[in-house]
Design a protein around this ligand. Structure first.
Ligand code: DQA
Length: 145
């Protein structure tokens, strides 16, 4: 059985490719997931992907991952900076957690410098564009396989 990785994206990332492309680029979330699925096969991993604009849905996805996934690659988007509840859910997940931000949040407004999720994340990638997701997946493979 190959190890499963959940790629979990938060609010507004369904608009990736259309939303502020000068910050987030032109690739869509479908492109990101497709690239990750191809790479996962090479790495001997399986990926599942979910996106939600709703905090509770993201928490439910993390709870489900407790039984199914060895790792979570999460871009919590704006909830990064606000959600103690997502942090608490991740603290109830025993696998590897990697936090990804497409933009370099540290170069942006000061409210984006604070991340609740970083208090749990085993690693953080920011500012590598959508390549951050495949880099995180490679890290998952080196830690888990
Ligand atoms: C983001 C950065 C967040 O501050 C922002 O709210 C997002 C996307 C990123 O991927 O760069 O929606 O997580």
């Amino acid at each position: 059985m190959t190890k499963q990785i959940l790629i979990l994206n938060g609010p507004n990332l369904n608009l990736l490719g259309k939303r502020q492309p000068e910050i987030y680029g032109h690739d869509t979330l479908e492109d990101v997931v497709a690239n990750c699925s191809v790479l996962a096969e090479e790495l001997g991993l399986t990926v599942t992907a979910a996106q939600s604009n709703h905090e509770g849905d993201i928490i439910d996805q993390i709870h489900s991952a407790r039984d199914t996934a060895a790792g979570i690659i999460i871009n919590p988007a704006a909830f990064t900076h606000t959600s103690v509840a997502i942090l608490d859910a991740l603290n109830a997940f025993d696998g590897i957690v990697l936090e990804v931000h497409i933009s370099n949040v540290h170069k942006r407004e000061s409210f984006r410098h604070q991340s609740y999720v970083s208090l749990r994340a085993d690693g953080v990638i920011a500012g590598f564009g959508v390549e951050g997701y495949t880099l995180a997946l490679r890290r998952m493979a080196s830690v888990l396989t």
